[in-house]
Design a protein around this ligand. Structure first.
Ligand SMILES: Nc1ncnc2c1ncn2[C@@H]1O[C@H](COP(=O)(O)OP(=O)(O)OP(=O)(O)O)[C@@H](O)[C@H]1O
Length: 347
């Protein structure tokens, strides 16, 4: 899978159920030391929402995205362009999924999961999304709850209570809703409460990576925010009245309380390295194969969604089973592909 796997999805379906954006990470000290650059092989054209890739000096390919973010794009701008529309949908009762996809070290966690404790301008989508949801809900009429999980190999582990490390996926046969019995579901009091728990989750993910002897994330991290809103919708009701000897049917507006449920998923996917290039063996190979399987089946679902194909095969991996109730119907998906200065050599 490389850049071209997800580019150019937009023109096929209007209005699309999938949006795909791309973000370039700025050069870090390693890139500068090894003089890694992007400009000789890749050109971002944000005003055209295009990325141009040179295969050699004469040949180039152009890919279209919904949004193109250069290395100068702030966390705020990326959030506004990618996640905010999904948050607005969730506040209006529609579910949505935002996912970060890219190779190790290209900025997936920075984009979707960074806490920004010391500098709020560095806050990522998870924090900004919760902030916006809390700002636009009232604790009297709404409930905001979340779970924070990771999927490693084919095991779902609770990042808030890591002892829960083999959580099953159950599909409600009536509603099709994905249920995760045993996963911690926390009612959010305020943003500070959420930040504290997100930090615990981050530390548990980090500890799991350290145990696996790697700094990079070999698991998918999934933040699941559930919003329940009590709304009072007006419903036309027919009422019969008696006036002297005649019966009259009147249409009256009746206020009926309705509960609207919606879900926002923010997913920090595991690095998308290819097995053949990583030279993995033994356990590392098994790990890479599971990541490959889940990303491949996710790719198939996203392509099916973009083509408005009603048959979305979600059975192939735990990742897509976990996401399946956020794929169909009115739900929307937004994918942000992160790339780094050395990405061309690995794609
Ligand atoms: N847009 C950016 N601006 C500034 N720093 C960034 C940006 N994107 C990433 N970084 C920095 O680059 C490093 C790698 O980013 P990050 O950990 O988010 O990558 P990743 O894709 O999640 O990697 P992995 O798959 O290994 O977990 C981090 O130090 C991060 O702070």
């Amino acid at each position: 899978m490389n850049i071209s796997s997800y580019a150019n999805l937009t023109p096929f379906a209007e209005p699309s159920r999938v949006r795909v954006s791309i973000r370039l990470r700025p050069r870090n000290t390693d890139d500068l030391q090894f003089d890694a650059d992007f400009a000789d092989s890749v050109k971002l054209q944000p005003e055209l929402k295009r990325l141009k890739l040179w295969n050699n000096n004469w040949n180039s390919e152009s890919f279209k995205f919904d949004e193109v973010f250069t290395e100068n794009a702030s966390q705020r701008r990326v959030y506004d362009g990618v996640a905010k529309p999904m948050v607005e949908g969730v506040l209006n009762g529609y579910s949505g999924t935002v996912m970060a996809y890219g190779q190790t070290g290209t900025g997936k966690t920075y984009t979707v999961g960074q806490l920004g404790k010391d500098d709020i301008s560095q806050r990522s989508m998870m924090v900004r999304a919760m902030e916006d949801i809390l700002k636009n809900t009232s604790s009297t009429f709404n409930t905001v709850e979340f779970s924070y999980l990771q999927l490693y190999l084919e095991y779902i582990q609770d990042l808030l209570v890591p002892e829960n490390n083999n959580i099953p996926i159950v599909e409600d046969s009536k509603t099709g809703e994905v249920l995760l019995p045993g996963a911690e579901v926390v009612k959010v009091r305020d943003l500070d409460h959420f930040l504290q728990l997100l930090q615990i989750g981050e530390a548990n993910r980090h500890a799991a990576n350290t145990k696996m002897n790697t700094k990079s994330s070999r698991s998918h991290a999934i933040l699941m925010i559930n919003v329940r809103k009590l709304t009072h919708g007006k419903v036309d009701n027919e009422v019969s009245t008696m006036e002297s000897d005649t019966t009259n049917d009147l249409q009256v507006n009746v206020e009926v309380p309705t509960l609207r449920k919606s879900k926002l998923l923010i997913v920090d996917l595991a690095g998308s390295e290819r097995i053949d290039k990583s030279g993995s063996e033994g356990h590392m190979l098994e790990e890479a194969e599971f990541i490959n399987l889940s990303l491949t089946s996710l790719g198939k679902c996203i392509n099916a969604l973009a083509e408005n194909n009603p048959h979305i095969l979600t059975r192939d991996s735990k990742l897509t089973r976990l996401l399946c109730d956020s794929f169909g119907g009115t739900a929307r998906t937004s994918l942000i592909v992160t790339i780094g200065p050395s990405a061309r050599h690995h794609s």
